[in-house]
Design a protein around this ligand. Structure first.
Ligand code: SAM
Length: 251
């Protein structure tokens, strides 16, 4: 697949360094391409040498508003050029830092957490920013290790919440919690090699199974359709075949 992010990265022999894992480029392009050419507000946590900021500018175009966060105070000197690029210095584990950050940024469509990579940092950041991300935004966390106490374990808990709408109306088939804000604002969660991606979006509500078409096969639990020995009844089979043919006519 043609990937402008990968091409830009490969051509980067001079200038500010970009530090990535190879497998991330396809995932970036898969989730970020819908924002290309649009007004998009992106936060990258962990800017290090600044090369990735060049990468995002090149990829998204002139309508990108880019926010970088790093704990290293020298990062500010290198890349701060408001309003389109702003660098904030702070510790991503510090929740009051995020409160101040939110008060200074109009919106976020993409969050890429490539900062300190500890579970505590990733979780505190997620809890402070997820609800701030716009309705169709993307929240990506990288360098996620497996194991107890990891962000991966934390994210797994969210998977049950995706099914929260079905907790009460189909007892016994779904055992999730009641729908909360997370359920209502999250389309899906994807797990990749060292990355977790949350896609925001609204579900169709109320939950509504939809059917179209004329021919309906009964559920296979209908015992009345069986022959005397419990197998397929030739008469019923013929009826189904004829009904199937009739169903294709437009009247
Ligand atoms: C892997 S580097 C970022 C690489 C960069 N995104 C790139 O693609 O080239 C991680 C960065 O996170 C920063 N960092 C480490 N701990 C942090 C923390 N607690 N809060 C914010 N930034 C942190 C480091 O200073 C470093 O610049």
């Amino acid at each position: 697949m043609e990937n402008p992010l990968w091409e830009f990265f490969q051509a980067r022999n001079n200038g500010p360094g970009i530090h990535k894992w190879l497998q991330y480029f396809d995932i970036y392009h898969r989730y970020f391409s819908k924002f290309v050419g649009q007004e998009v507000h992106m936060l990258e946590i962990g800017v290090q040498s600044g090369g990735s900021l060049d990468l995002w500018r090149h990829y998204f175009g002139d309508k990108l508003f880019l926010y970088g966060v790093d704990i290293n105070p020298y990062a500010k000197a290198l890349f701060d050029s408001p309003p389109h690029t702003r660098i904030f210095i702070g510790d991503q584990q510090n929740r009051s830092f995020w409160a101040e950050f939110r008060s200074q940024v109009p919106r976020l469509d993409i969050v890429l957490d490539d900062g300190g990579h500890t579970a505590q940092q990733q979780i505190a950041t997620f809890e402070e920013l997820y609800n701030f991300v716009s309705e169709h935004g993307v929240y990506m966390i990288e360098d996620v290790p497996p194991g107890p106490g990891s962000f991966l374990a934390y994210a797994r808990e969210h998977t049950a919440e995706l099914f929260g709408h079905y907790a009460s109306n189909i007892p016994g088939r779904f055992s999730a919690t009641k729908p909360g804000l997370f359920t209502k604002t999250t389309m899906g969660i994807a797990f990749y090699d060292m990355q977790v991606v949350y896609e925001k979006g609204r579900h169709a509500r109320p939950p509504l199974p939809v059917r179209k078409g004329k021919f309906w096969m009964p559920y296979n639990t209908d015992k009345n359709l069986s022959s005397a020995d419990g197998g397929v009844d030739a008469g019923h089979l013929k009826n189904f075949q004829e009904a199937l043919v009739r169903s294709r006519s437009s009247d």
